[in-house]
Design a protein around this ligand. Sequence first.
Ligand code: ADP
Ligand code: MG
Length: 459
Amino acid sequence: SWARIRGRLRDEVGEVEYRTWLRQMTLVGIEDDEVVVNLPTRFLRDWVRSHYGDRLRALWQQEVAAVRSVDVRVGPQPRSAVPPDQDAAASAPAVRAGLAEALAPSPSRTVAADPRGEWSAPLDPRFTFDTFVVGKPNEFAYACARRVAEKPASPGFNPLFLYGGVGLGKTHLMHAVAWAIRGGEPARNVAYMSAEKFMYRFISALRSQSTMEFKESLRSVDVLMVDDLQFLIGKDNTQEEFFHTFNALIDAGKQIIISADKSPSDLNGLEDRLRTRLGCGMVADIHATTYELRLSILQAKATAAAVPVPKNVHEFLAHKITSNVRELEGALNRLIAHANLFGRAITLESAQDVLHDLLRAHDRRVTIEEIQRKVAEHYNIRLTDMSSARRARNVARPRQVAMYLAKQLTSRSLPEIGRRFGNRDHTTVMHAVSRISELMQADSAFAEDVELLRRMLET
Ligand code: ADP
Ligand code: MG
């Protein structure tokens, strides 16, 4: 139905964009296989035709298979008065001076090239609180996001500023807040956009001389989320505009959520007054993942995908792919796709094989010295004992562990490793490796201990 199509469009393009362009669209009727819709002005008609025409048709075809085309016309509006004519504004596009710096980074991506893409800010349906795995590194940010979703604009939480490295879940959390608020209170007007889109929307408004509408549409939101604010560094005009929007919304008791890759005080290149304002609510950082969090995330994602992934593959990935969640997810998806494609179960061997190139990039070279130092520290013995002739058990066993790890974690040959441990023979190293393997199988506490050391050395 028409209501459903409108709802879909709204979800796809986001509230602000929907209100700006599509809200006034009315259904005239269906003539043969053509759907006719009306908009109040020529400007709106042209815009909707060129930017949403295909999407409208596709959505209609999903509802009514017989529909071949959608005709967008200028026509009277039922009930409400026709809004002021926007044609005049549109016919005199102009870019205000001083925006050169904003357009400079990618001149090919002007608004005219692809306004539709730049205006849209759809939410990813996978990014909800349910699918967000909580662990030590992100629990604070998660708690803040939850709190804001439950009670937007409560004192102390406005603005909410989330920051952290790439691929650690900032966007996921923001979308989750948006979904939660839209789900709980559909009347609330939640706008999510990247800082980049904010800038392009702003420039586009300047060009079409519709900055008033731009300002109004932004200031009519209840919750404004701007993702990756670091993009505004050096974009002084846009920063200025953002600053005013920010203040207007905060003063009106609306919630603002910002994300960036650094804390407000570290965002050099943003105006001081803006940085100060950004930091005056709640600032929450998302830390780099831990082994435990990576493991939980893998398990959650594999379960969601309903694909059996053996425990040792989870552990292997959590050990090896430590950069961020996005890459971890990418690796798992690749294994799953591979398994589906070839109809074979995922095993440790196939994982190593499929992810070969990816893993090589992550392989950090661990040196024998590092291993000796870490192991000596761990067992509380002197570093010199790694090479000494002492054979007391409390020294000999850690030395064997270090040899074992040197074999596992480096590409050194047995004779080479022997030399580095006080000129020992390669058979001594071989013996150490097999002895430690045996002990690890027999004694799980010991095995965990060695695994812990390995983990510390690898990350
Ligand atoms: P950022 O915006 O910080 O660069 P994203 O939010 O885009 O990172 O996250 C990258 C990917 O990792 C997304 O697919 C996201 O769903 C996933 N992800 C990140 N953190 C988590 C988490 N704690 N639980 C589940 N998935 C996560
Ligand atoms: Mg992001």
